[in-house]
Design a protein around this ligand. Structure first.
Ligand code: ADP
Ligand code: MG
Length: 345
């Protein structure tokens, strides 16, 4: 039998900062006309038509991710995707990203290469250019910060504040999967700690685990809405959980809303696993997080344009200023919506 060779582990400090940056970014060729100059100078040079959209997010080891069940390549991919999701949530096209990294000596070069493989893959998948960043050492753990840029459509960015009474509330995809994926991974990790010989069978949970480890941003939904000639009146991406995002739209648009429990799109695997964990699927769908779907409002007149599209579900409607955001349960009870967003603190 072949012996398993120990993977190579090159200490990071054997390269030095400049060689490390070169090594990680050599495959970051740029392709967009709006990228005039990418990595290599003191700053990147960009040339956008119209409004530029910018967003940034930090990911801290132990707070936002656990490397026990998040492979580094997935982490790199996800770090870019969650930032692109914010750009799409403005109705914009994502164009460039910058990635800043603080990493301790605990990580060999090969680990950072894995992280960058994920970053490069996400850039390629979404057609964005990696145009810069910063690299430094940290005393402990891994910290990542990604900044994403994009361009708004000619009609301007879609804000959270644009919803009016009677607008329809629409969500893309299905909700809650990423949270249950995390529950499955955490459970398998506990079993593994007790018995390292245990081989987890994640097959029955494949969709949910993928939602957690390899989320996708809904670039396709932005294109779809453009093709359908639907301009959302307000929009947000679902990073913290459906109910907290609905409340953001209501608060910033100064309207109330009615969200219908029986309309919330749930995947069959999600429903099964909620049962297995004895968790209420509606509660998880409302308060879980990290789905990175788009939540938006449209004029009632646009309903026929989106009707029947498998990617989009109408889950409610906005109500008059001064009314409460509320949930209409399956039993037709009307209860106030609570913001139970996923909190980092
Ligand atoms: P400075 O000392 O001026 O900050 P650096 O040596 O940090 O310059 O960076 C050199 C170039 O490499 C810049 O274009 C910078 O944006 C890019 N860069 C540095 N670190 C990263 C990284 N982790 N990912 C992508 N680009 C990076
Ligand atoms: Mg620098």
């Amino acid at each position: 039998m072949l012996e398993n060779k120990e993977p190579t582990k090159t200490p990071l400090d054997s390269l030095g900062e400049f060689a490390l940056i070169d090594h990680l970014t050599k495959s970051a060729t740029t392709s967009l006309p709006s990228t005039v100059l990418g990595i290599g100078d003191d700053a990147a040079v960009l040339k956008h038509d119209g409004e530029t959209i910018v967003s940034t997010d930090m990911l801290i080891e132990g707070i936002h991710f656990d490397l026990a069940f998040m492979p580094l390549k997935h982490l790199g991919y996800k770090a870019v995707v969650v930032n692109l999701s914010d750009i799409y949530a403005m109705g914009a096209q994502a164009t460039q990203v910058l990635v800043s990294l603080a990493v301790s000596n605990r990580f060999p070069l090969e680990a950072v290469e894995e992280l960058y493989a994920g970053i490069h893959l996400a850039c390629k998948t979404y057609g964005v250019d990696l145009v810069g960043g910063d690299t430094t050492s940290s005393q402990q753990g891994l910290q990542l910060s990604v900044t994403a840029l994009g361009t708004a459509p000619k009609t301007g960015a879609v804000l959270r504040s644009g919803a009016s009474e009677n607008d329809l509330l629409v969500v893309s995809g299905d909700i809650g999967g990423a949270y249950m994926g995390l529950q499955v991974l955490a459970r398998e990790n506990e079993v593994f700690k007790a018995n390292p010989k245990h081989q987890p069978d994640l097959e029955p949970y494949s969709y949910l685990v993928e939602r957690q480890l390899k989320p996708e941003a809904r670039k396709d939904v932005i294109s779809l809405l453009q093709d359908l000639k639907v301009r959302p009146t307000s929009m947000i991406d679902i990073s913290d959980g459906l109910s907290s995002e609905v409340m953001h739209l209501c608060k910033q648009s100064e309207v109330g809303c009615r969200l219908y429990e029986d309309k919330i799109p749930l995947d069959p695997q999600f429903i099964n696993v909620c049962e297995e964990f004895s968790l209420d699927s509606t509660t998880i769908a409302l308060s879980g997080g990290e789905d990175y779907e788009l939540l938006f409002t449209i004029k009632q007149g646009d309903f026929t344009k989106i009707k029947g599209n498998p990617n989009l579900t109408v889950i409610g409607h906005m109500t008059a200023k001064g009314t409460e955001p509320s949930l209409v349960t399956r039993a037709e009870e009307v209860i106030p919506l609570k913001a139970q967003g996923w909190k980092a603190f």
